[in-house]
Design a protein around this ligand. Sequence first.
Ligand code: GUN
Length: 293
Amino acid sequence: MILLDGKTLSAQIKSEIAREVKKDFLDAGKPAPHLAAVLVGEDPASQTYVTNKEKSCKEVGFTSSVYRYPANFSEKNLLEVVDFLNNDPDVDGFIVQLPLPKHISEQKIIERINPLKDVDGFHPVNVGRMMLNLPSFLPATPFGIMTMLERYKIETEGKHVVVLGRSNIVGTPISLMLSRKAKNANATVSLCHSLTPDIKKFTLDADILIVAMGKMGFVSADMVKKGAVIIDVGIHRVTAKDTKSGYRLKGDVLFDEVSKKCSAITPVPGGVGLMTIVSLLLNTLKASKKEIK
Ligand code: GUN
């Protein structure tokens, strides 16, 4: 069984990015790529994500800034922050951390972001361009999964990929990316969700199983074909008194039992999550190079 090690792979890609930043930006007298993040409210998971993004920016030599606002910040004020970042020539790309408090329309905020700075790839222009296979910012998690499959040389052509979960940010885009006529794709994809009858019928046939259901421990060993490749996108906090943070992270897959049956698997933590951050850095690099017109 191969552990698809997001920690080692993300460190490797980060060092590649750092080398490029030094050579093509700093040594060339250009300002480093600049990623900004907007955080509204005190959701602990969101705080951790944003802190990790800042840390990763520092590691590769990017400039980063975080705009923090209280949970009662108004939608109107947040739209003004988005306008400000859209117009700030020093910011190459930015993200608004989701979820947002209930009184703010996420869609309205996303649609206000300049697509050329939308390094999350959530704006309808980027989603549409991705669907048409035109240059665009790819959403970070599916982009990270694609990178992981490619770097670990996992063959996708002609394989049956089963995706569990049809969210706009993971399940739907990864289904599209893997089914398209392209190198490192060309798979036959089944997209399953909460209303799919007999999900096990699909999972047992999967050569590659991508699990993004948001249900802790959903996939057990009896649902997996022997030798399958398992990508676990789930991330859940479980209270744990014996850890420094007071919690432990778990995925959508029962790692201990499934890892005995599959040929390769991503751990949680240390798998897809780290690849997501690296993808955001790659998108920011692309934004700073003005590669997407
Ligand atoms: N919340 C969970 N995942 C993401 C992500 O990829 N981007 C943003 N902005 N918020 C998130």
